[in-house]
Design a protein around this ligand. Structure first.
Ligand SMILES: Nc1ncnc2c1ncn2[C@@H]1O[C@H](COP(=O)(O)OP(=O)(O)OP(=O)(O)O)[C@@H](O)[C@H]1O
Ligand SMILES: [Mg+2]
Length: 408
């Protein structure tokens, strides 16, 4: 999704700052003063949850004293392209750029006015988490990624005296009604549900994607368009095994690429060893143009000869990548055969692959409201799944088993 934000915090002539309410989605405005310890912003996709969480955090950081706000996700690496980039976009487009120092390496943002700061940590980074003191509030993005024990640990870190109210803001989609975020209840919590209808800035194209879910799958529609807790049925793959350590060498390495702009561009590395597929999620991000993508491919040092299997509907983008010297090939997009093939493969993921690990849990066959089941998947949150299938199926479909080639 494209960011275009206006100023939401203006410096007063005499002193202090004034919140420009019209830049904040109306339904959220009353939450600026909500002081509950646990503030849940949950609901459908594109409802403005993350943007409001970021706005509230910046406003508090600029207008209250002695803040150290922690940005949390399950995996540290994913903070850069979610909370951190959103905060930066709001700061720069909101003309607050000169009031902050941004430390890209550390994912830290410091106010030059009052010394308050945003710091970042993933739950995968236990040592860093342990070394962080004096937290005054927390924003957990994609909170359903967290297990309850992760959350309790975090909760414990937000203790002690502080000048202003302490709050944990949790942003998430209600994907699984059995999740602790739905079943557990806390003292001093406020749960606020929103849908795309509450976001006056949402674009028409995204609205039609969400409305179209109704034609595809009732449960998906309930979760992502209506923002209701659901339980996804007809999940296609068993969750991939997740391991921390991959082999040091492989027989072969191939890539799958699904182009996106409003949606995620997904570049997946498929490492093959003894007929087992080890996945690395190299890119999983919205808003990448083709030239952004080309420079990312160069930065990733992808060998010019490596096979990159892409979405064959995007002939122009494929041609541009070829001209930049990459060995891109059109993927075979036979969905049913591809899925059936992948179901026979041994596929392994790692904890850093948040896009893959999330999509695989909600990648479902369509089922209409009369209960009729289709053998094609719901077209939503499927970019990593597509990219993996493009690579594995196209590369191996004509062979009985994965071809093993020793890399130079
Ligand atoms: N106050 C705002 N000003 C300008 N644009 C906004 C604002 N709030 C939301 N938007 C637009 O709406 C889009 C969706 O908002 P946001 O990413 O916050 O939704 P979300 O509820 O977090 O979605 P998801 O459930 O998919 O994470 C943003 O990318 C942005 O383009
Ligand atoms: Mg969000």
């Amino acid at each position: 999704m494209d960011y275009s934000f206006s100023m939401f915090l203006e410096e007063r002539k005499n002193s202090g700052y004034k919140v420009i309410k019209r830049s904040i989605n109306p339904v959220y405005r009353k939450l600026l003063s909500n002081k509950k310890r646990y503030l849940h912003l949950f609901g459908g996709a594109g409802s403005g949850k993350s943007v409001f969480a970021a706005q509230k955090m910046i406003i508090r950081l600029m207008t209250e004293e002695k803040h150290r706000i922690l940005l949390i996700r399950k995996v540290a690496r994913t903070i850069r392209h979610s909370q951190f980039s959103l905060l930066k976009a709001l700061i720069f487009m909101g003309e607050l750029g000169e009031k902050f120092k941004i430390n890209e390496a550390d994912l830290r943002i410091t106010s030059l006015i009052n010394g308050n700061e945003f710091i970042s940590a993933g739950l995968d980074d236990r040592e860093k988490l342990k070394s962080i003191f004096g937290i005054t509030s927390i924003w957990v993005e994609e909170a359903t990624e967290l297990e309850y024990k992760d959350f309790s640990q975090l909760d414990l870190r937000l203790r002690g005296r502080s000048k202003n109210y302490k709050q944990i803001v949790l942003t998430y989609n209600p994907v699984n009604a059995h999740h602790w975020l739905n079943t557990k209840h806390f003292k001093d919590e406020f749960k606020f549900r929103t849908t795309f209808k509450d976001n006056k800035y949402i674009d028409e194209q995204y609205i039609s994607v969400l409305k179209n879910l109704k034609e595809q799958d009732e449960e998906y529609y309930n979760i992502y368009a209506l923002g209701e807790w659901g339980v996804l049925k007809n999940v296609i793959y068993r969750p991939f095994a997740v391991v921390n350590i991959f082999p040091a060498e492989y027989d072969e390495v191939i890539y799958g690429l699904d182009f996106g702009y409003n949606n995620q561009t997904a570049l997946m590395e498929v490492n093959i060893k003894d007929k087992i597929f080890y996945l690395n999620e190299l890119i999983y991000e919205c808003g990448l143009t083709n030239s952004d993508l080309i420079s990312r491919l160069k930065d990733l040092n992808i060998k010019r000869g490596s096979y990159i299997y892409c979405d064959s509907a995007e002939a122009n983008r494929i041609e541009e990548l070829k001209r930049a010297g990459f060995n891109v090939l059109q993927a075979d997009k036979s969905v049913k055969d591809g899925i059936d093939y992948l179901k026979t493969c041994k596929i392994i993921s790692n904890p850093d692959n948040t896009g893959i690990n999330k999509e695989v849990l909600s990648y479902c066959y369509k089922q209409d409201k009369d209960g009729k089941l289709f053998d094609e998947p719901v077209k939503f949150n499927d970019h990593a799944m597509d990219a993996i299938r493009y690579a594995i199926y196209t590369h191996f479909k004509k062979r009985k088993e994965p071809k093993i080639r020793i890399l130079q």
